[in-house]
Structures are given as C-alpha cells and as structure tokens.
Write a protein that binds this ligand. Structure first.
Ligand SMILES: Cc1ncc(COP(=O)(O)O)c(C=O)c1O
Length: 390
C-alpha cells in the first residue's frame, strides 16, 4: 500500500532529534532545541491553575477565547502598530506552528510559490510541502546575514503567493531592518502577494535594534499574516498557544482550516495567556536584559575556543557558528558528524547547520547553539567549551 507522497518528502525534525540524542547522552547539555530550562513566572502559572479550578475545561470558541483575542489586539496595537479587530482578524491556534500551517493552507493553491530566506527555521520547508506550495529560497549572507536585493527581486514572479519572514530570525539572530522590510513590502505590492511573518522572538532583541512588524508598513496591513505565540516571550513552549493576525477576508479562511485541524488551543491556558499579554514594559525590558547576558556568556565562550567561530547575534536566542577550524582539527566533513562529535566529546548538543538549508551541504560547516538557559547551565557550557579550545 502506498503511503503519502507528500509526507515522504521530508524527514523527522533534526532539532527535536538532537534533543532526543542529547537525553541519551548522560551529563550532556542540550543547547539544541530552543526551550528554556528555567521556570515560567509564578503569576502566569497561577492564572492557569485557577482557570482549571474554575472549570474552564471545555472547548473555547474555536478561533480563541474572547479575553485572549482582546488581549492580543491590545498588545499588537501597543507594540506593533497593528490594528486587529478581535472578532474578525485574529485566530488563536495551537502555537505559532499551527498558526503558520493553518495560514499557508488557507491561502495556497497548487502551483503557488512561497519565498523563504535561508538559513531558515526548519518547519517552513514541510509547511510549504503540506500546503502544496513550491518553496523558492533566497540566501542570507554572513556575517551580517544580509540578502541581495536583486536576488530577492528575481525570486518573485507571477506564481509567488507569499514570502515568509522570520524576524528576529532563527537560526541567524538577524533582525530585519525597516529598510529591508520596506523593500520586501514593495515587492509584495508589485507582485500582489502576501507577507507571512513569524515574529515569535519580537521581544528578544539586543544592542538597540528595533523590531518592525511588516504589517505596520504602508500598504501592508491587508496583505500580511502576522504570526506569534506565548512560547518564547513568556518561556511557555509546552503550552501551545499562538495566533495569526490578518485581514477579515484572510482570517475567515484561516479560522476554517484551524477549526478542522485542531478545533482550538487549550482553554485554561488561553486564560493565563491573556493575563501574560497584559504584562507591563518592565517585563519585556527584563527579558531582553536577561537574554543579553545569556548571549554574551555563550558568545564569549565560543570566541575563546577559536575553532568554533560565532556570528554576531542581534535578536532571538541562537548563535550560528562557523566550525571550519574545529572540523579540520577533527577530520570532520558534514555538520551532522560535527554535531555528534561535539555532543560525544564536548558534551554539548547543537543543531547541525545542514538542517537550515534547502541544499544541506550549504550548512555543512555550521552548527547552531541556543542560549535560552539559566546562568548555571550556560556557565557549565562555557566550562565545557574551554576544554574544546584547549
Ligand atoms: C522561528 C520559529 N517559529 C516557530 C517556532 C515554534 O513556535 P511555537 O512553539 O509557537 O509553535 C519556533 C520554535 O523554535 C521558531 O524558532
């Protein structure tokens, strides 16, 4: 019996696989998958417990509890200059993962193309395949991960339905500038296509960089789907609450796909998410300061190795490294062998660079470290890295 030809085209997530291998390696530190190893805020957890005790146990409205949609609308007005009617423009989903899938499935037709900047968060490839889109890739070039404007313009054509933007970016740490986003916006308007923007690291930003939502740029509100979640901003990756914001016309389609895919996100956790979204500016200032310290600890430790060379990070909580020297020293040729070597010999799990590229060999000299960890974990990782450099 033949199984799905679509599912056959992609493999298990390498990021999640590295987490599993790390768990089987006693004493190792998992700097592969991007989830915090510290507790979430007590007040947010208490809201979730209270919601369960108050018997908010049944399905919420399929496109999201009213209180959460109101909180999302208020927050995006405050931080992103986006006007979103909570009744017609917001779909609450099971994490931004489902928000991206529901959004693409709601807008893609067979033969449509979707532009993806690479290196890219590995879900976007299967997202395109599962929604029937053909991905076209545009390279972000280190060390500053800029894109070539002409190469981007060449990728657009009459089949282009959408461009996926992820800012701040996983895995590169790039924060797309207003100028870059304006250029992307002009191409979206010229080719009558959508921007689908994953902004889950919007508050994890360093060195005075500015997070700009492309939906807030002139002419873009009607042609942008803005995706976000509570996973990274509030360190709640396991709660699976996210959302998509778009025009009423697009949202009507997203809501239907979402309903039949998942019915809805966990009802009591939506109540707690609504509370979290109302936190004041001091929380977001604390978050950025906390991660700046974490970034500096890991970045400095990597630099000291002189064989794992980190690229500069402006946002999100990952560091991509050029591992040429390390690989030469140890006779390694592929980033998967490099990641396994680092895990077995240095005790640190990372994600092979190959998993972020359409042609895996483009990432073969790279690996990604995450630093969403408590101080003591990163200090332990820094100690292990000192031995790598010795
Ligand atoms: C860029 C990006 N988008 C989406 C996700 C998944 O987000 P969620 O937990 O909201 O599904 C991740 C997780 O690492 C990510 O890095």
């Amino acid at each position: 019996m033949d199984l799905s030809n679509v599912a056959r085209q992609f493999s298990e997530s390498v990021i999640r696989e590295m987490t599993r291998i790390s768990k089987q390696t006693p004493g190792s530190i998992n700097l592969a998958q991007g989830f915090p190893d510290f507790p979430a805020r007590e007040d947010i957890k208490e809201k979730a417990c209270n919601a369960i005790k108050e018997d908010i146990n049944q399905y919420s409205i399929t496109w999201g509890a009213k209180g959460l949609r109101d909180a999302i609308a208020e927050k995006v007005k405050r931080f992103n200059r986006i006007d979103a009617d909570p009744e017609t423009c917001i779909t609450v989903c099971c994490g931004s993962t489902e928000a991206m899938m529901s959004s693409l499935r709601a807008v893609i037709n067979p033969g449509d193309e979707v532009i993806i900047f690479e290196p890219f968060y590995e879900n976007y490839g299967p997202d395109c395949l599962l929604s029937g889109a053909t991905p076209r890739f545009v390279t972000l070039e280190p060390p500053d991960w800029h894109f070539d404007e002409d190469a981007l313009a060449m990728a657009f054509n009459e089949k282009t339905k959408a461009v996926i933007i992820n800012t701040p970016n996983n895995p590169t740490g790039k924060v797309f500038s207003r100028k870059e986003l304006s250029y992307i916006a002009s191409l979206c308007q010229q080719y009558d296509c959508l921007a689908v923007t994953d902004e889950i690291y919007e508050h994890i930003i360093y060195d005075g960089h500015e997070h700009v939502s492309i939906a807030s740029l002139p002419g873009m509100a009607g042609r942008t789907i803005t995706i976000n979640s509570i996973s990274k901003t509030y360190s709640l990756t396991g709660w699976r609450v996210g959302w998509a914001i778009a025009s009423p016309r697009i949202t009507a389609e997203v809501k239907k796909v979402h309903d039949f895919l998942t019915v809805g996100a966990a009802a009591p956790l939506q109540e707690a998410a609504a509370y979290a979204l109302g936190l004041g500016q001091e929380y977001y200032d604390w978050l950025a300061a906390f991660y700046t310290r974490a970034r500096d600890t890991l970045y400095d430790a990597l630099q000291e190795t002189s064989c794992l060379v980190p690229w500069k990070v402006s946002g999100a909580y990952y560091i991509m490294c050029d591992c040429d020297e390390y690989m030469a020293r140890h006779g390694l040729h592929a980033s998967r062998d490099l990641a396994i070597h680092l895990l077995k010999n240095a005790g640190i799990a990372t994600v092979p660079g190959s998993s972020f590229y359409s042609d895996p060999s483009d990432g073969d000299r790279q690996t990604r470290f995450c630093f969403c960890k408590k101080d003591e974990t990163l200090e332990r990782a820094a100690d292990l890295l000192r031995k790598v450099g010795a």
